[in-house]
Design a protein around this ligand. Structure first.
Ligand SMILES: [Zn+2]
Ligand SMILES: [Zn+2]
Length: 156
């Protein structure tokens, strides 16, 4: 049996989102659709980062990262890679779509650990309310942190 085309799966999942439970997998795709992915299980943690780099990346006040196990996500389509060295010396490797440049995920090539999914391009983003806010030392003054959030001035 051949797999269903992705477009059909998208329609099915859009209809499902009105149900109470969040149903996995959830599909995500870059802005042009050349790269897509399936998130198979809930994120381990959702973090908002207010650092200047994330403001540049998101063209907004902060970026959202969903920490996910490597085996919890299946990617489709070719991605390009870009790397920079963070303040703490860690290498931040970034995967992105070669045609629309939408960021897909970050990882540290020198460390085993969860992938840092840039998850705003998921079809369903209900589960993406960040529980942790980092680098609030660089936060925009007009953004008020939620009362129950765990907050770090810099990288925890
Ligand atoms: Zn794209
Ligand atoms: Zn950041």
């Amino acid at each position: 049996m051949s797999p269903k085309p992705l477009t059909l799966q998208f329609t099915e999942l859009n209809n499902r989102k009105y149900m109470e439970e969040i149903i996995y997998p959830i599909l995500g795709a870059c802005q042009c659709g050349a790269v897509s992915y399936e998130l198979l299980t809930p994120p381990l943690k959702v973090v908002a980062c207010h650092c200047k780099e994330c403001q540049k990346l998101s063209t907004s006040a902060f970026s959202i990262t969903a920490m996910v196990d490597k085996n919890s996500v299946r990617f489709h389509g070719k991605m390009n890679e870009w790397r920079r060295v963070a303040d703490n010396g860690n290498v931040v490797a970034a995967k992105f779509c070669p045609s629309c440049s939408n960021r897909i995920y970050h990882f540290n090539p020198n460390e085993e650990g969860p992938l840092k999914l840039k998850p705003s391009n998921l079809n369903n983003t209900e589960m993406l309310e960040p529980s942790v806010h980092i680098w609030v030392s660089e936060k925009q003054n007009w953004y008020t942190l939620p009362k129950n959030a765990v907050v770090y001035q810099k990288q925890p």
